[in-house]
Design a protein around this ligand. Structure first.
Ligand code: GTP
Length: 447
């Protein structure tokens, strides 16, 4: 004989993994099924009678109210996502399927916990964003900033630093650091180093939580404000190249193993992005600088000159160029050797750089030819003063390989706007002036 089972839909409801909820027109929970406790951390009794808004993540409240308004106006919504704050403080992502019941004057909805899916999605999105940033960021500082932003989407990252290890000098430097610690106790980069170095040496992440009374294994943990410290190694093709560092100064926020795993998950991609950008920067530097003296080369000078002229035209201001060429440099090479000639060129570059302000530039455009680009000056006499200063600087011989070498420099000056409207014309004018000076000097010596 077949069993005559009585159907009891209410008992099915208790078994559902998704929570069934009813919310009245004032936005209060009227009913929450048993699954609600698993999802929200509150028992249905703790939720019923309370405003739905009280449980919603503050950043999602406005959006949720707008969606609720539409549902109450008769537009069912089977795919609305928002975040709730669980009783244990954790954030839970909910996918709602909701409609308005006119007869009951309630929103009837089913809530599904999609936190795991969201986590996987945001980790994928972070990886994608990091590889995008590696291509799009203009330079390394911009890349660090973008990495900070991307990590901030994944976990609390108010206090974040990138520390990089230089294997040659065995030093850890901190090229990027945002620290919200009160200004009366400023943080200096060496404070980061002890723990950072531990991460580098071990190649393992390091998580310190004050609340666990972990031993203070480094001086930086003496800081009474510090609640938690998390460092994850950056492992690239060359091994461990640095550390990503997160810190918390809030007793309510301590980094956990879950945070550590998240950071580790993206750290390899970040290490690769930094490595790629560093390589790019090195290649760019090589392409724009003279290998012997480290000064900007002709290509970079042309860029700088173009920028200077664009600014000068916009602000109705001046630009001056000094074209410098050493006299009889060939003789130094021929008599003392090419190596001495190289050392002399390096010393000349350094002496020239000391004669100009930070806003001016010195470039090496050929064997013994240098250019000084002078910006931000009011009168032509200023450029003449710089030229004089250079001649005075070279009045003292330069010591190279125990030889005191007397260097003479011929200098030609060109002014914008008087001697040309573009870089080419200015360089050509300054070259002509320099050559005239050289001819004059030769004439004087011949006499
Ligand atoms: N040591 C060294 N010499 C270089 C380098 N580049 C070019 N030179 C040499 O620099 C010399 C430049 O010769 P010139 O242009 O005749 O210049 P100069 O002997 O100073 O003659 P004037 O300019 O007429 O006074 C040549 O002997 C080049 O071989 C370099 O990187 N290192």
């Amino acid at each position: 004989m077949a069993m005559n089972k009585q159907l009891n839909p209410a008992s099915f409801m208790e078994l559902l993994l998704d929570a069934v909820c009813a919310v009245d027109s004032d936005g209060r929970f009227v009913f929450v099924s048993a699954a609600g406790e698993q999802i929200f951390g509150y028992t249905p009794e703790e939720m019923v009678g309370h405003s739905m808004l009280a449980f919603i993540h503050p950043a999602d409240r406005e959006r949720t109210l707008a969606a609720a308004g539409k549902i109450m106006a008769g537009q069912p919504n089977p795919h609305f996502e928002n975040r709730y704050i669980r009783k244990d403080g954790k954030v839970v992502h909910i996918m709602w399927s909701a409609r308005w019941s006119e007869s009951n004057q309630m929103r009837i909805a089913v809530a599904r916990d999609v936190t795991e899916r969201k986590r996987a999605e945001s980790m994928q999105a972070a990886l994608f964003a990091i590889s995008e940033a590696a291509h799009a960021a203009e330079n390394l500082p911009a890349l660090y900033q973008q990495i900070h932003q991307i990590i901030g989407e994944l976990l609390p990252a108010q206090n974040f630093a990138v520390a990089l290890y230089d294997a040659a000098s065995q030093q850890l430097s901190v090229p990027y650091q945002v620290d919200t610690r009160p200004a009366d106790a400023p943080l200096t980069p060496p404070d980061l180093c002890a723990l950072g170095n531990q991460v580098i040496t071990s190649g393992q992440p390091l998580l310190w939580q004050r609340q666990l009374n972990q031993p203070e294994c480094a001086a930086e943990l003496d800081d009474p404000l510090l609640q938690s410290w998390l460092g994850v190694p950056l492992c690239a093709s060359m091994g461990v190249t640095g550390v990503l560092i997160l810190k918390s100064y809030h007793a309510s926020m301590s980094y956990t193993l879950q945070h550590q795993e998240l950071l580790q998950y993206v750290s390899t991609q970040i290490a690769t992005a930094i490595e790629r950008k560093q390589l790019h920067s090195r290649l760019q530097h090589l392409a724009q600088h003279d290998a012997l003296t480290g000064l900007p080369n002709r290509a970079l000078l042309n860029d700088k000159l173009q920028n200077a002229l664009t600014k000068a035209i916009r602000h109705n201001s001046r630009v001056a160029l000094l074209y410098l060429d050493l006299d009889n440099f060939k003789h130094i090479n021929d008599s003392l050797g090419h190596t001495t000639g190289d050392l002399l060129l390096q010393a000349v570059a350094s002496r020239l750089s000391q004669c100009v302000r930070g806003s001016d530039s010195v470039a090496r455009i050929g064997g013994d030819e240098f250019i000084v680009l002078i910006e931000n000056h009011l009168r032509p006499e200023h450029a003449s003063l710089v030229a004089e200063k250079i001649q005075q600087a070279f009045a003292t011989p330069i010591d190279v390989n125990a030889c005191a070498l007397q260097v003479h420099v011929s200098v030609g000056v060109a002014h914008f706007p008087e001697h040309g409207s573009n870089g080419q014309q200015l360089l050509s004018h300054a070259d002509d002036m320099m050559y005239q000076m050289k001819k004059q000097r030769r004439g004087q010596h011949a006499r």
